[in-house]
Write a protein that binds this ligand. Structure first.
Ligand code: AMP
Length: 142
């Protein structure tokens, strides 16, 4: 089994060493915007407990993660008027994983609108800031 690197970028976000556009935080999970969104509102949900991916995550953490995935999914649907939401989760580089701390992607979808590439272009920080605010408002209205 591959090891957990305590200096991966999401571990550093959890320690507050690098910033993120935070959407939600509770005892067990953190949600924030993906900086290279495949669609506007593309969000990431991570457990606070360290694990490399779903294969090595503590089963006891999974329910809390999925509750946050559900809350963020509802919020992005409402904030962006999406027709649907895509949940993605990659395990190991062979499957497309690039950051080795367990995370779920929540991506709003609109009919006929193709996704931008995975880990494509960095979004404008001001745009991300505005999108995060919209999602936080939708979360507050839930
Ligand atoms: P994955 O390929 O599933 O490991 O995806 C990692 C995701 O993290 C990608 O969609 C990246 O765009 C995103 N990402 C990388 N660095 C950051 C960061 N500092 N803040 C937010 N998202 C990031």
């Amino acid at each position: 089994m591959n090891q957990y690197d305590t200096n991966n970028i999401f571990a550093r976000i959890l320690r507050g060493e690098i910033p993120c556009h935070k959407l939600h935080e509770d005892l067990k999970t953190l949600a924030f915007l993906d900086v290279m969104p495949q669609a506007d509102g593309h969000s990431l949900i991570i457990p606070k407990a360290p694990s490399r991916n779903l294969l090595s995550a503590d089963p006891g953490e999974l329910a809390a993660i999925m509750v946050t995935v559900q809350q963020i999914s509802r919020a992005v649907m409402s904030a962006f008027g999406a027709g649907g939401v895509l949940i993605q989760q990659f395990n190991e580089a062979t499957a497309g994983q690039t950051v080795f701390h367990t995370h779920f992607h929540v991506i709003p979808r609109h009919e006929g609108q193709p996704l931008r590439p995975h880990t494509g272009q960095m979004a404008d920080q001001q745009v991300l800031k505005a999108h995060a605010e919209k999602i936080r408002q939708a979360l507050a209205a839930q």
